[in-house]
Ligand binder design. Structure first.
Ligand SMILES: [Zn+2]
Ligand SMILES: [Zn+2]
Length: 395
């Protein structure tokens, strides 16, 4: 089986690259992936698979049944959306859409999963169980396509025992793959504060309620919640990137707006932290004579890789890639909506090395110069096929 998958992945590598280039040249923003969905559906039909379309509007689900199809099910996920970034690369497959770019590698994930579909469709009478392919919209935008697809039943009928997802990694050399057991990525919540006071002439503060001073106290106090109330062993980040007090030297404004992000890897602390932040900010503003309107936009939960599943999958990756090409990942405080699946089924989200310093492919995700070493795509399709088949055999 290992040799069959490797040879099919090699055979299809050029096509998978073409698919990736097509997707890269025609990016679509989150929840607007109509053409991408149509393209994916056409590709699947050409392979001989009829997908279920229109799941969460632009998502698709495809089923590949092996022998004893009802015995067990593993799900594989690729996200399909692009970002509002204008591509700065000069490559033949450069984005043809101004201001929209596949800068997070979701084109590579989708192309790889189409490669998996082709490989496993060919091999379907050589493995037991069912593989469910999930082509997901809207990873980059709240509430996350994963949460919508789950609501529409993607994890039911048939219900997967485990689920795998992969993501390109511009910090890991091409040819390598990364795993981490347990907590891996952070929950993400957006914080929006409007601090109101009473503005006026800066020379007469005694007649005013200074929202700039109130907002400053709030920022410092909120950071102390992280320092004093978060369990020390639990990673947590609070960052404010926007603090607008639009007065001038001698005018104190009426209000200050603040925006920030709160990230952690513990759902209890996440709820508790937000509760404390709102209470403290409102209390400080009130005590100082002003008010604070605090809005939390609840984002993705933290992503936990199921330990036993990850251990099994990692061992299978060693079989496929060689131990020297399987690396351990550090915690990453970015968010990822694959986390929604990980809250429902045993899941493993791993990273596909796409860096190539010799070829200058070093830019991070979400930058205008992001690109991948396309040699990663053969691994992206082949390894995922292998992991799915092995997981079905081991469950
Ligand atoms: Zn992204
Ligand atoms: Zn991404």
């Amino acid at each position: 089986m290992l040799d069959s998958i490797k040879s099919l992945a090699r055979q299809y590598a050029a096509d998978i690259t073409q698919t990736r280039r097509h997707l890269h040249a025609h990016p679509e923003l989150s929840f607007q992936e109509q053409n991408t969905a149509r393209f994916v559906a056409d590709q699947l039909k050409a392979i001989g698979i009829t997908p279920q379309e229109g799941v969460a509007d632009t998502g698709l689900v495809a089923i590949i049944e092996g022998r004893n199809a009802s015995s067990r099910v593993v799900a594989l996920r690729a996200d399909m959306d692009a970002l509002p970034i204008h591509e700065a690369n000069n490559v033949p497959y450069k984005s043809t859409v101004d201001g929209v770019m596949h800068a997070c590698g979701h084109d590579a994930h989708t192309a790889s999963l189409l490669g998996v579909a082709r490989i496993l469709h060919v091999l379907r009478d050589q493995f037991d169980g069912t593989v469910k392919l999930v082509f997901q919209p809207g990873e980059e935008k709240a509430p996350g396509g994963a949460s919508l697809m789950i609501k529409e039943g993607v994890l039911e009928n048939p219900r997967p025992i485990s689920m795998l997802g992969q993501h390109v990694a511009p910090n890991i050399p091409v040819g390598k793959i990364g795993f981490r057991e347990g907590m891996y990525m952070a929950s993400t919540d957006e914080l929006y504060l409007t601090v109101r006071g009473k503005g006026g002439h800066a020379a007469m503060p005694d007649n005013l309620v200074d929202p700039v001073l109130i907002a400053s106290h709030i920022i410092v106090a909120l950071q102390q919640i992280i320092s004093r109330n978060c369990p020390p062993a639990s990673p947590s980040v609070l960052s404010f990137g926007r603090f607008i007090a639009d007065g001038v030297t001698n005018v104190i404004p009426n209000e200050v707006t603040i925006q920030g992000t709160f990230r952690c890897m513990n759902e209890e602390w996440r709820a508790e932290g937000k509760r404390r932040m709102v209470k403290l900010a409102e209390g400080i503003a009130e005590a100082m004579g002003g008010s604070c309107e605090f809005t939390v936009v609840h984002g993705y939960p933290f992503l936990k890789n199921h330990p036993e599943l990850t251990r099994r999958v990692r061992a299978q990756a060693v079989e496929y890639m060689g131990a020297e090409n399987v690396v351990d990942l550090d915690l990453w405080m970015a968010g990822e909506d694959f986390a929604f699946y990980s809250q429902v089924v045993d899941s493993c989200f791993y990273r596909l090395g796409t860096r190539n310093e010799d070829r200058g492919i070093i830019s991070g995700v979400h930058t205008p110069t992001f690109d991948i070493d396309e040699d990663a795509l053969e691994t992206g399709a082949g390894l995922m096929s292998w992991l799915a088949v092995r997981e079905l055999a081991e469950m």
